[in-house]
Design a protein around this ligand. Structure first.
Ligand SMILES: [Zn+2]
Ligand SMILES: [Zn+2]
Length: 359
């Protein structure tokens, strides 16, 4: 029986094209006690592979986090399967704001230690003691409240291209890094301010809100369903949309446009731009923001060195890479020193400090 993805991304893309069917991109998560993640994982793979589901799914003792696409006409069968699993019955599915048949090109179901890496021990705090869930209407009201501190729980490269007005955006690479930083910066407001947080789809706030409550914050709120569900509610109910720009997503689409505002800058020339590119040099693949003009001039590369390597015949590139492994720049997510407009967020955007809150 097939338990692992066998087709390459290219082969899969051709199959999707040939099938000519609309696919639906969606995500969901659930914190639940899963006794044997490996067995659960194998069952999911077998069932979903048969339904032509593609995506990235993490399973752990603490629950499941799934981002995927499936043929629209298989949706009912997929939903029935979810409903047959006790802790996934009637789960809210976050339907992508911008659909793209090619959002995922492989089915990967992985067993992990955690569905959200937090760097904490399991018994540090009670993850079920979470903050108050708010919908778009309540969230908009909270944002306008002068007693609110609004915090973006995502990483720097996500909030760079889109965020809520007046949100504090910690300059962090990972979720685990953000928890102690935010706690330290806001510790004097534990009693009297409202700590309101949001993330992409809600999963990070489930944990963060429980963490901050555990650390003594009295009034903790989280945007239920994150930016994705907020956008749906705002569009459905014609509410004011207080988000600016794009919602970063972790699939081939890289982002979904929520509003027309372009709030970021090209990391190479500094002109307004908010499209993330992976450096075209296979040995680099740095994720950075590049405008159309620089993309054309640089052949999609992040530096002149990468451009030179990228222009070499494939065999020569391969020879250059031999024994070198991948460049560390892959993990720098736009922090590489040679990008003039993205050295350190702290230099170019507002500080993550609380001066404005102090009377
Ligand atoms: Zn540019
Ligand atoms: Zn590069």
């Amino acid at each position: 029986m097939q338990l692992y993805n066998k087709l390459s991304a290219k082969e899969r893309a051709e199959l999707i094209e040939k099938a000519g069917k609309d696919r639906l991109t969606l995500s969901f998560y659930q914190y639940a006690k899963i006794e044997n993640p490996q067995i659960f994982r194998d069952e999911l793979f077998i069932t979903w592979n048969a339904l032509d589901v593609l995506g990235r799914i993490y399973v752990a003792h603490e629950g499941i986090n799934a981002q995927l696409s499936l043929p629209a006409d298989r949706f009912n069968a997929f939903k029935s399967h979810l409903d047959s699993i006790s802790f996934l019955k009637d789960i809210r599915l976050n339907i992508a704001v911008e659909q793209d048949n090619m959002s995922f090109l492989k089915l990967k179901v992985k067993v992990r230690d955690k569905i959200v890496a937090d760097g904490l021990n399991d018994d540090t705090f009670d993850v079920t003691n979470k903050g108050r869930h708010v919908d778009a209407v309540q969230f908009n009201e909270l944002i306008d409240d002068e007693n609110t501190i609004l915090v973006d729980m995502r990483n720097h490269y996500e909030s760079e291209i889109g965020h809520f007005k007046n949100a504090r955006r910690p300059d962090v690479d990972t979720f685990r890094e953000s928890l102690p930083i935010i706690e330290n910066d806001l510790k004097e407001f534990k009693d009297d301010k409202k700590l309101v947080m949001y993330c992409t789809g809600g999963i990070r706030c489930e944990k963060a809100s429980a963490y901050f409550k555990h650390k003594g914050f009295k009034n903790v709120y989280q945007l239920e369903g994150g930016i994705i569900e907020y956008t749906r509610q705002v569009n459905d109910s014609k509410l004011e949309n207080k988000f600016l720009g794009k919602n970063f997503v972790f699939d081939e689409r890289r982002s979904e446009r929520i509003t027309d505002d372009v709030i970021a800058r090209c990391h190479q020339c500094g002109e307004p731009a908010d499209t993330h590119e992976n450096c075209a040099n296979d040995a680099c693949h740095l994720l950075f923001i590049q405008c159309e003009k620089c993309k054309a001039e640089m052949d999609g590369c992040c530096s002149t060195t990468c451009k030179e390597i990228h222009s070499l015949p494939f065999e020569e590139q391969k020879a250059l890479r031999k024994g070198q492994g991948n460049s560390n720049d892959i993990f720098k997510k736009g922090r590489a020193d040679h990008l003039p407009y993205k050295k350190d967020l702290r230099n170019i955007t507002e500080n993550f400090n609380t001066d404005s809150l102090k009377e």
